[in-house]
Design a protein around this ligand. Structure first.
Ligand SMILES: *[C@@H]1O[C@H](CO)[C@@H](O)[C@H](O)[C@H]1NC(C)=O
Ligand SMILES: *[C@@H]1O[C@H](CO)[C@@H](O)[C@H](O)[C@H]1NC(C)=O
Ligand SMILES: *[C@@H]1O[C@H](CO)[C@@H](O)[C@H](O)[C@H]1NC(C)=O
Ligand SMILES: *[C@@H]1O[C@H](CO)[C@@H](O)[C@H](O)[C@H]1NC(C)=O
Ligand SMILES: [Cu+2]
Length: 255
């Protein structure tokens, strides 16, 4: 399923855009927290600015070299109004999709575009999240979860309304940006649709895990547009086996 910004066929556009989404809720202690309470709010895609159902905010991104690929469109502008959730290392957290869409729309809020989902952490270098963009040299992102295939033909998070994962028990205590990325690799070069959001969390725990020697990621920066994991056409519809899929980025840190 392709996604275009050009309203060639109006009906198709509506159908397609209503299939888009964003991860506006953090799930903590088994509870879904309010939209953008702990997740940085995002700006709108100008193509859909001002339209109903937050179509501008849920519109995907395409450019992996943009600073908006870090935490979402203009997300750093929301840093000071985002609260920080206390979370216990070793507990399960999650991101849940924005769900206050028009009830009359055709699709429920689910991860409608087939592809992987990955979770990263980056510790605020000066201990404060308000002035930490997550962009550039000061940000050191390590991966704590990677959801790829559930079977040869299905992506693990496809059509789910949330993505849950565990904060490794030995993660050093402190304030972190918690980033989710979910994307749809396409057979068209440089046309991968990206859905990214970041939450503010304060990890409480005994720590002890070492990140020495870890090959930290940068967003933007680490992902290569030539990476077959981004565009080779591992669509849900394709007959290709997903078991061979290799997700971009460094290894999962297990603590
Ligand atoms: C994630 O966890 C929440 C709360 O514990 C739960 O309601 C939801 O169903 C879980 N999502 C998935 C995909 O398992
Ligand atoms: C990829 O697409 C983006 C727009 O989404 C564009 O800015 C960028 O230059 C393209 N990169 C390449 C290598 O074609
Ligand atoms: C989650 O539970 C822990 C331990 O009970 C508590 O310290 C923390 O404040 C809770 N976090 C949120 C956001 O409710
Ligand atoms: C970030 O904020 C903290 C406290 O609010 C402050 O101590 C620090 O100097 C700030 N850093 C920068 C780079 O602005
Ligand atoms: Cu799309």
């Amino acid at each position: 399923m392709k996604c275009t910004s050009f309203p060639v066929v109006a009906a198709l556009l509506v159908l397609e855009t209503s299939a888009h989404y964003m991860f506006s809720h953090l799930i903590v202690n088994q509870s879904t927290t309010p939209d953008f309470k702990y997740v940085r709010d995002v700006g709108e895609d100008p193509v859909f600015a001002g339209t109903a159902d937050s179509l501008g905010k849920i519109a995907p991104q395409f450019n992996i070299d943009s600073i908006d690929i870090t935490c979402g469109r203009s997300a750093f502008a929301s840093a000071t109004k985002t609260q920080t959730a206390d979370v216990v290392a070793g507990s399960e957290l999650g991101f849940r999709l924005y769900d206050s869409m028009n009830p009359a729309r055709a699709y429920p809020a689910t991860i409608f575009h087939p592809g992987p989902a990955q979770i990263y952490l980056s510790k605020a270098p000066n201990g404060e999240l308000e002035n930490f963009s997550g962009i550039g040299e000061e940000a050191e992102w390590f991966k704590i979860a990677s959801f790829t295939s559930a079977s040869e033909t299905e992506w693990a998070t496809y059509q789910k309304d949330s993505v849950n994962f565990t904060i490794p028990e030995t993660t050093p205590a402190g304030k972190y940006l918690l980033r989710i990325e979910q994307f749809m690799p396409t057979s068209s070069f440089n046309y991968t649709q990206w859905y990214v959001n970041c939450a503010h969390i304060n990890i409480i725990g005994r720590g002890g895990g070492s990140l020495q020697g870890y090959d930290f990621a940068k967003f933007p920066g680490s992902y290569d547009i030539m990476d077959p994991g981004l565009w080779i056409g591992w669509a849900q519809e394709s007959q290709t086996s997903l078991s061979d899929y290799i997700a971009p980025g460094p290894a999962v840190w297990k603590g």
